[in-house]
Ligand binder design. Structure first.
Ligand code: ZN
Length: 490
């Protein structure tokens, strides 16, 4: 067998095993019996051992040396396999095991520290996590850029410096818009009352279908934190029900549908290969965000949702579709990133990006992290952090070693801004369809321009090719200024 075919046959089995590992994770977050936790940890560890051995199998190096790509698809497959192989073999097995053990322990310590509002209890283990991730980055970095080496895992090709420049252009306009919005007279009314869970579940399903989710190759369950999982013919999403806050359920569902639709939309010929998944976290987030915000929170679509909610819950205290649109897009002060609206969300991310880049770069000491957080929060949000669970202890990411992940959230928003501008210029009838509860025309364009390509191109190239121009922060900022300027009469 030719080297390329042998390599791809081996790779397909690795992908299948990785897919099984992902399914175990889905099960754990949804329907696994509580008492199975320890057995599940053992099952996952055993599977991870097998996966690590396959990913570092010396035959991959031999096949890669001999394999020849006959077409652009094969070329892209080899690029992905080579990249992953070279990364994996650079990290000593001892370090990989130590990291896995430490981050699993650190997550428990973080959860307890957060519950007790005790930053000091978390810092020693956080210091160990930072040290180990820096050691890992040093193994991977070619030019001493430690943060970039970690970032590369989530957003191949991006650099901390380039993102820092991009975010530096975003920040002043976001701070100014936030101030103007929160200082405006006559803010939109919030939702009040309670909303039956079964009806929320029914509407959530309608929303997923409106955005093109294929339930024949997917399913919707509930979990503490909504997520999407899988690729190809089995892509599942979860949502959550809060009786007082149906928007949480509805917009989590649309967000996760965006992630899932990306995976479901990839060319089936790429299934069970490195091209058969979303190309980066940033591009993934661009899909979930454009579904959720630019489309799902639009005046046209919220007009339809208002009708569905009125049918499902009866009159619920919002006078008409216009008041409902303003209510969906209400901006209110909050300490918490995951609850943030379109205006404030990126400010939360920018704060974390700057701090984690300094932590990994060695210019910020773990001991000074809380103070740095609180100072920055006061500068951007105009209020003092009242307790650690509303500040430096709020996110799980750093405890589990996810450094370099946060910026992909904002990069996704920036990409979504670029895609939405191009979409509006190229496709007619988007609003008319959205007003009927149909995101079809918009989704079809995204599928054609972004989703079907999977990992064929580099992340930045996907956006450039889809929009015809290099990514920039301007479309996102213009969208936010126009939308919230109108809602808040600025
Ligand atoms: Zn997401």
């Amino acid at each position: 067998m030719a080297a390329y075919d042998a390599l791809m046959a081996f790779q397909r089995q690795t992908e299948a095993l990785a897919s099984i590992a992902g399914r175990l994770g889905w099960d754990q977050e949804t329907i696994m019996p509580r008492g199975a936790a320890e057995q599940r940890a053992e099952e996952i560890a055993a599977l991870e051992d097998v996966l690590h051995a396959r990913r570092t199998d010396p035959r991959i190096g031999e096949w890669l040396a001999k394999a020849e790509a006959q077409d652009p698809v094969a070329e892209a497959q080899l690029r992905h396999i080579r990249r992953s192989y070279e990364r994996t073999v650079k990290i000593p097995a001892r370090l990989a095991t130590e990291l896995a053990r430490l981050t699993s322990r650190a997550q428990g310590i973080w959860a307890e520290a957060r519950a007790n509002e005790d930053v000091a209890a978390f810092l020693p283990v956080l210091r160990q996590v930072v040290d180990l991730r820096r050691e890992e980055a040093a193994c991977l970095a070619t030019d001493g850029a430690l943060y970039d080496a970690l970032l590369d895992d989530y957003e191949p090709g991006a650099t901390g410096e380039e993102l820092s420049a991009l975010f530096g252009r975003l920040r002043p306009r976001l701070v100014a818009l936030r101030e103007a919005v929160l200082g405006a007279d006559n803010p939109p009314a919030p939702l009040s009352g309670t909303y039956d869970g079964a009806t929320q579940t029914r509407i959530a399903r309608e929303l997923a279908l409106a955005f093109g989710y294929d339930l024949n190759r997917g399913r919707i369950d509930t979990s503490v934190h909504p997520f999407s999982s899988g690729s190809g013919s089995d892509v599942r999403i979860t949502t959550r029900i809060s009786e007082r806050d149906p928007f949480n359920c509805f917009y989590s569902t649309i967000h996760e549908t965006g992630h899932a639709a990306y995976e479901q939309g990839i060319d089936p010929a790429y299934a069970m290969t490195p091209l058969g998944q979303g190309v980066s976290m940033g591009v993934h987030e661009s899909q979930s965000r454009i579904y959720e915000n630019q489309l799902g929170r639009s005046r046209a679509f919220t007009g339809w949702l208002f009708g569905r909610m009125t049918d499902g819950f009866g009159a619920f205290g919002i006078a008409d579709a216009e008041a409902f649109y303003r209510s969906v897009n209400r901006v209110s002060p909050s300490y918490i990133r995951t609850e943030a609206d379109e205006v404030q969300y990126n400010l939360h991310v920018l704060l974390r990006f700057d701090l984690e880049r300094d932590l990994i770069g060695g210019t910020l000491d773990v001991a000074d992290l809380e103070e740095a957080w609180n100072t920055r929060f006061a500068a951007d949000f105009g209020v003092a952090v009242d307790k650690p669970s509303n500040g430096v202890l709020q996110d799980v990411h750093w405890s589990v070693g996810l450094f370099g992940y946060f910026p992909t959230y904002t990069l996704g928003n920036v990409y979504a801004g670029c895609l939405y501008k191009a979409l509006r210029a190229e496709v007619d009838g988007i609003d008319a369809a959205l007003a009927e509860g149909d995101a079809g025309p918009a989704v079809a364009w995204l599928r054609d321009k972004v989703q079907r390509h999977g990992g064929l191109m580099e992340p930045r190239e996907v956006i450039t090719q889809a929009t015809g121009t290099a990514p920039s922060e301007a479309p996102l900022l213009d969208h936010l200024d126009a939308k919230f300027g109108e809602i808040y009469v600025l």
